[in-house]
Design a protein around this ligand. Structure first.
Ligand SMILES: Cc1cc2nc3c(=O)[nH]c(=O)nc-3n(C[C@H](O)[C@H](O)[C@H](O)COP(=O)(O)OP(=O)(O)OC[C@H]3O[C@@H](n4cnc5c(N)ncnc54)[C@H](O)[C@@H]3O)c2cc1C
Ligand code: SF4
Length: 298
């Protein structure tokens, strides 16, 4: 399926996908747009461009973590074409996979495509390619649901259930299914939001580590908060334990560091990306600490 094509087309050129048919979704106009709901939530069509999300005043006021994460995706040209549905469904990435056919043939292929071994974790049977989308950790923090449609009808699932944690079979989507809408609940509106991202080129690059934080405070203490990470595992993840650790607390350096430690603990980067796993995990710790302090700043 082709939405903006910003990831699919380069991948097809590298012969990572060799479909017999490509279904172009761009003509389905009712899958575009940001539609505030009567209950205070919002529905976002899967074909809404990342640029539209980045520029939406409504989303910036109600769900700022999403507009900030969107503003860091790739470059302005790619944000004009790329869609939120494509960002959620984005293929996982690895230095041994995102290469030309000739390059991959020279290495003997790997589990994710055409082979039976992993160059990153030899001896294992799992693919560790890293999920490298920027908006999903923000959407996880906002308790997003997605609507999935097929000829059999539509169903809604929490976004957190969409990702399998496997690098090669990374999303729970059948070939005949389509992501049609993203639903953000009213209960997630009005949180402060911060997104921090590690990349090699500031102007245009996938995340090599990314942290999203949402926080609501009351009387100087945390009423509720969630932390999501990306690009250091085969799926974007919510940091379990962060919400409980922060609840009711005042934020200081030590508390922000403790949340950073939790986030680093569930980060399992391997040599799938340009920077070393050790550095990427450390940056998850550092960015989490900074994002927590920024979200709590007056
Ligand atoms: C140089 C470069 C830099 C990039 N940097 C970043 C970055 O910093 N951060 C980032 O997050 N991404 C980055 N990307 C990837 C990409 O541009 C974005 O993730 C974009 O949002 C993808 O959306 P798209 O509509 O173009 O997806 P497409 O390329 O059209 O599709 C991507 C995948 O999702 C599937 N798909 C798309 N829409 C649906 C749907 N509605 N239902 C079911 N399946 C669907 C497609 O079949 C395909 O498998 C970069 C890409 C390039 C080329
Ligand atoms: S993590 Fe291993 S199996 Fe997965 S793409 Fe990389 S080399 Fe291939």
């Amino acid at each position: 399926m082709l939405a903006g094509g910003t990831d699919l087309i380069p991948s097809m050129r590298q012969k990572l996908f060799e479909p017999q048919y490509v279904l172009d979704l761009r003509g389905i106009s009712n899958l575009r747009g940001i539609n505030p709901q009567a209950d205070g939530g919002v529905e976002i069509g899967a074909l809404t461009t990342i640029r539209t999300i980045e520029r939406s005043d409504f989303l910036r006021q109600r769900y700022p973590v999403l507009t900030e994460a969107a503003s860091t995706v790739a470059s302005p040209v790619l944000r004009n074409m790329g869609t939120i549905g494509g960002n959620i469904c984005l293929d996982t990435r690895c230095l041994w996979y995102n290469q030309s056919l000739t390059w991959r043939k020279g290495c003997g292929f790997c589990i994710k495509k055409d082979g039976d071994l992993c160059h990153v974790a030899p001896g294992g049977t799992k693919c560790w390619a890293a999920f490298s989308g920027d908006t999903p950790p923000a959407l996880l923090c906002l308790n997003a649901e997605i609507e999935i449609a097929s000829a059999d009808g539509t169903r809604c699932i929490p976004l957190v259930d969409f990702y399998t944690g496997l690098g090669d079979n990374y999303r729970a989507l059948q070939p005949h299914e389509l992501v049609t809408r993203i639903l953000l609940p009213a209960s997630s509106a009005g949180y402060r939001g911060v997104y921090r991202k590690l990349r090699v080129r500031g102007s245009i690059d996938y995340p090599l580590a990314g942290v999203a934080v949402v926080m609501k405070r009351s009387n100087g203490h945390v009423a509720d908060a969630r932390v999501g990470i990306t690009a250091v595992n085969p799926a974007p993840l919510l940091v379990k334990g962060a919400t409980a650790l922060l609840a009711g607390k005042a934020i200081d350096e030590a508390m922000a560091e403790a949340v950073g430690d939790l986030a680093a603990r569930i980060s399992k980067p391997l040599t799938t990306s340009a920077l070393t796993p050790e550095y990427r995990r450390e940056m998850i710790r550092v960015f989490t600490k900074r994002a927590i302090l920024a979200a709590a700043a007056n």
